[in-house]
Design a protein around this ligand. Structure first.
Ligand code: F6R
Length: 364
């Protein structure tokens, strides 16, 4: 049942090209985004003035990526909340808005409660759900199913990757119907999106190097992930993957925040992973890498092919194929999933069933 892989997590990491391809295939038809299966109409998307994305854990990190992508591509303001905060903060929900609930299981208690709150306030709800017929799918106005297939490992990988595709699709179609994207740009973006499965496979080809590096850090006490913009959102997910299955304390920081406190935690040999896929922010994050290096940090840099100047600063570099700036998460997350996985394996831990965690969190 593990298809020859040692753990479900590794199997599911390798299923990402197919999961991503299946999700794209369900909603991209003849060079256009077709969301009719979800019930969402172009009229509805055209009327949207604000979007609230609400989710827990990794799905929340997808929402963070969604915010960057939708705001910069479609120009629609997006707020992102963890569901357990949203439901108790008496959120102000604007007119012509939509709540987007992201959930692999479709059963997460706080996310379901957030959905019900939105409905009580008469705000339409789009859910992005992997499990067909789950509570969140049934109670939403519109459901965009992800096609990851069953995910067994507690730490999400392939569902996360398909949720990212859902964000891109929502963003592209909203931008198009709101007149922010020309049809030719839509075609270009979709054509690039369709290359992601192959590019993810290319990243997976690099796994032995990552395994070698990860096994050196099995005894680390702290690991820091830094990035800016989308790279910060990637850092958050990379850090969660690391801590939940390796039990190593890790934190993600917006790179510019380091010097406001956190940098005092950096000591000789502390591993700092800099995520630097965004061209316009590369130099900024690089300067933060230089800062932590001078405090003794050991640096791993994660960037795109071509940015080889990273090697002047980073002690270990990982490259992912080039893609459209909005889509870099789909590639950069893969080495970080593998890092968490191989550190956990090197420590001999129960990768698929980390302590204290459940696959579906149905209590608040
Ligand atoms: C982390 C992880 C969790 C889930 C979270 C939400 O690897 O899997 O953080 O993302 O519990 O679960 P769903 O998506 O089922 O609502």
């Amino acid at each position: 049942e593990k298809g020859g892989y040692e753990h479900f997590m590794l199997k599911e990491i390798h299923e990402q090209p197919k999961a991503v391809q299946d999700t794209i295939g369900a909603y991209v038809k003849d060079g256009h985004v077709d969301l009719s299966e979800t019930g969402l109409t172009d009229e509805k998307l055209a009327s949207l003035k604000r979007i609230y994305i609400v989710a827990c854990g990794s799905a929340y990190h997808v929402g963070m990526v969604g915010k960057y992508v939708i705001e910069s591509m479609a120009g629609i303001p997006v707020e992102v909340d963890v569901a357990s905060e949203f439901r108790y903060r008496n959120p102000i929900l604007a007119e012509d808005s939509m709540v987007v609930i992201i959930s692999q299981s479709g059963e997460t208690a706080d996310s379901l409660a957030a959905l019900r709150l939105a409905k009580e306030r008469n705000v339409p709800v789009l859910s992005v759900v992997n499990v067909v017929g789950s509570s969140i799918a049934r109670e939403s106005d519109y459901t965009l199913y992800t096609y990851a297939g069953p995910e067994i490992s507690v730490a999400t990988t392939k569902a996360y990757s398909t949720q990212l595709i859902a964000m891109y699709l929502l963003s592209i179609q909203s931008a198009f119907v709101q007149g922010k994207l020309e049809e030719s740009c839509v075609s270009e973006l979709l054509a690039e999106m369709e290359t992601l499965p192959d590019k993810i496979s290319k990243v997976l080809d690099d796994k032995e190097r990552i395994q070698w590096f990860a096994s050196k850090y099995a005894n680390a006490h702290d690991i820091f992930f830094i990035g800016r913009g989308i790279d910060y959102a990637i850092s958050m997910e990379g850090s969660l993957k690391m801590k939940e299955i390796s039990y190593i304390h890790s934190e993600a920081y917006a790179a510019g925040e380091l010097k406001h406190g956190t940098i005092s935690l950096v000591e000789d040999g502390t591993l700092v992973i800099g995520v630097m896929t965004q061209k316009d922010l590369f130099e900024k994050t690089l300067s933060n890498m230089v800062e932590v290096k001078s405090r003794g940090a050991y640096l791993m840099g994660l960037t795109s092919y071509g940015n080889y100047s990273i090697e002047d600063t980073a002690d270990f570099s990982v490259y992912v194929p080039k893609t459209e700036k909005y889509f870099t998460t789909s590639l950069a997350i893969v080495p970080l999933q593998l890092m968490g996985y191989y550190v956990s394996v090197a420590k001999g831990l129960d990768v698929d069933k980390p302590r204290n965690l459940a696959k579906s969190v149905t209590v608040e």
